[in-house]
Design a protein around this ligand. Structure first.
Ligand code: SAM
Length: 242
């Protein structure tokens, strides 16, 4: 832990120097430019806003976000904003990805379900933190692209499926944690059922294209469900039969 924090602060110092010395908002070409932009993103958007979990921070520092966005948005990949990924969908704002990951409190031996693969970025962030990630995407083209991208980038413990995530992935349930990255009108009962006792689910709940509540659902050791609104967010809608 101490080692990770030392490393992080070393990286953040480099990022701070870059922020002072470079007036540009577009990363310099090449991997070093992207690494520096990523360090700046983590410091200014994530650590400053209160994310403290060192494993989450480490993962946000290591995943090359610019490889998860369409080419025309590469220069904006580390900006404090969601970005279009095609088919009317978005890759979420970096801070929201970090916050939702942190609040799940996942462990190295956990199995996690994600609903809403999109670009595959959130799944890649989870990949380093847990044993296995199952992720479901309803748009076939996005599911295929994300599966190829994750394979090419060597995220070996992520399985992508094209289907309606409202119904979860019962063959691999129960899950230690579930993350839903599209806004649902209500909390899907199949997902609650597929959550392990002692598990946590984070899900935006509310109407399409309105401000929604980000809800933390906890299932305690005897199966009792509690919910808590943790912040207001704006996500694309959960589509599908329901
Ligand atoms: N997590 C993604 C990432 O890291 O790029 C961003 C997710 S984007 C905000 C929401 C995604 O949920 C979209 O790709 C959308 O097609 C997908 N989606 C919407 N309804 C769905 C459903 N019923 N089942 C599975 N995926 C769904």
């Amino acid at each position: 832990m101490e080692k990770i924090l030392k490393k992080l602060f070393g990286l953040l110092t480099i990022a701070a120097i870059f922020a002072v010395s470079c007036p540009c908002s577009v990363p310099a070409s090449g991997n070093q430019g992207f690494l520096t932009a990523r360090q700046s993103m983590v410091e200014a958007q994530i650590v400053k806003r209160g994310v403290t979990d060192s494993a989450v921070i480490e993962s946000m520092l290591s995943v090359p976000r610019h490889l998860f966005v369409p080419e025309k948005y590469i220069s904006a990949a580390y900006h404090d904003t969601p970005l279009p990924i095609g088919y009317g969908q978005t890759i979420s704002q970096p801070y929201i990805v970090a916050y939702m990951t942190e609040i799940l409190k996942v462990g190295r031996e956990d199995t996690v379900l994600e609903v809403g693969t999109g670009s595959g970025y959130q799944a890649a962030i989870l990949s380093a933190l847990v044993k296995k990630v199952y992720t479901i995407e309803i748009i076939p083209e996005l599911a295929l692209e994300a599966a190829h991208r994750l394979k090419k980038l060597n995220y070996k413990n992520v399985d992508v499926k094209n289907s309606d995530g409202y119904y979860g992935w019962p063959e691999h349930a129960p899950f230690d944690a579930i993350i839903v990255t599209a806004a649902a009108g209500h909390i899907p009962p199949p997902l609650v059922k597929q959550l392990k006792k002692g598990g946590r689910m984070i899900i935006p709940v509310g109407g399409s294209f309105m401000v929604q509540s980000l809800v933390l659902v906890a299932k305690d050791k005897d199966g009792t469900i509690t919910t808590e609104n943790v912040m207001y967010v704006r996500f694309v809608p959960l589509t599908g039969e329901r």
